[in-house]
Design a protein around this ligand. Structure first.
Ligand SMILES: Nc1ncnc2c1ncn2[C@@H]1O[C@H](COP(=O)(O)OP(=O)(O)OP(=O)(O)O)[C@@H](O)[C@H]1O
Ligand SMILES: [Mg+2]
Length: 266
């Protein structure tokens, strides 16, 4: 199957880091159309910086980036900021860990979900609302009409994360980046959000890069997982192989580090 994302020899060096300290140090991986790839690794291993590089969110003046990132055939490390925004607006959706901090507290939910359409399309207000309500339904939010007019503080954490997902999928991107999408949520809500991601993947053939420190979360959703350590991918294999026969001591530790309580939940 065709690759929706191709990352080749990605290196990221922050200007304020030691000269030999690369946040991402030669990372390569592909994601096929409709595939869910898990990306795991300990804190500081470079997962989020990898995701930020793909989503164009890396502060351009603060870091040197080299290598190649191709999203649906377009090289995104070489293009202008305007081109980048166009490509990303159409092809990529992003969901982060903290739904509350990514939202504007004084703006109603609906307009925030539509933001991407307001910036990237010439749709009328009514059309945007129609798309927003549909995306909210896709994110399995009950009573989208009601929620549309609410403010962030009126919703629970789980609902807010669904709102974030609705915003991320409003333009039906082929790839969704989910960076620890459930870490900030209660365990029961975590499972619901993961199921939602799984359904979006199946129903709309949306590829997902699922970043998590929890290998069991990843095992539930992904067939393939890449393990990162100190800016490098040390294993990229089918998830069951990694569980049954982890090659690296580091991966063994990651598997062993998961509390039994979590193992039962997923
Ligand atoms: N804006 C920044 N400026 C300077 N260094 C940064 C910046 N963002 C990240 N780093 C550094 O890059 C490295 C990788 O960080 P990253 O956030 O990608 O880790 P991570 O794998 O996502 O960890 P976690 O599991 O805690 O989210 C770390 O050493 C971090 O300190
Ligand atoms: Mg991170």
């Amino acid at each position: 199957m065709a690759d929706i994302l191709k990352v080749e020899n990605l290196k990221v060096h922050f200007h304020d880091a030691a000269p030999d300290r690369f946040a991402v140090n030669g990372v390569s991986f592909n994601i096929s159309e409709g595939e869910i790839l898990g990306l795991v690794g300990e804190s500081g291993s470079g997962k989020s910086v990898t995701a930020m590089s793909i989503s164009g969110l890396l502060p351009r003046g603060k870091a040197d980036v080299s290598g190649s990132i191709t999203l649906d055939g377009s090289e995104i490390l070489q293009c202008s900021e305007a081109e980048l925004l166009d490509i990303l607006g159409e092809e990529l959706g992003i969901v982060f860990q903290e739904p509350m901090t990514s939202m504007n507290p004084v703006m109603r939910i609906g307009p925030q979900i539509e933001e991407c359409l307001r910036v990237h399309t010439k749709m009328s207000k009514a059309q945007r609302k129609e798309f927003a309500l549909e995306a909210m339904a896709m994110a399995e939010l009950d009573e989208p009409e009601k929620i549309y007019n609410k403010y962030p503080h009126e919703l629970s954490g789980g609902m807010l994360q669904r709102v974030m997902i609705a915003a991320a999928i409003i333009s039906r991107p082929k790839l969704l980046l989910a960076d620890e999408p459930t870490t900030a949520l209660d365990v029961t809500i975590q499972a619901e959000i993961l199921q939602l991601l799984q359904r979006l993947n199946k129903q709309y053939n949306m590829a997902i890069l699922l970043i998590s420190h929890n290998l069991h979360v990843v095992r539930k959703l992904c067939k393939r997982v890449a393990v990162m350590q100190r800016g490098k991918i040390i294993e990229d294999r089918p998830v069951e192989e990694i569980f049954n026969d982890p090659r690296h001591e580091y991966t063994q530790k990651l598997i062993a580090a998961i509390p039994t309580r979590d193992k039962k939940l997923y």
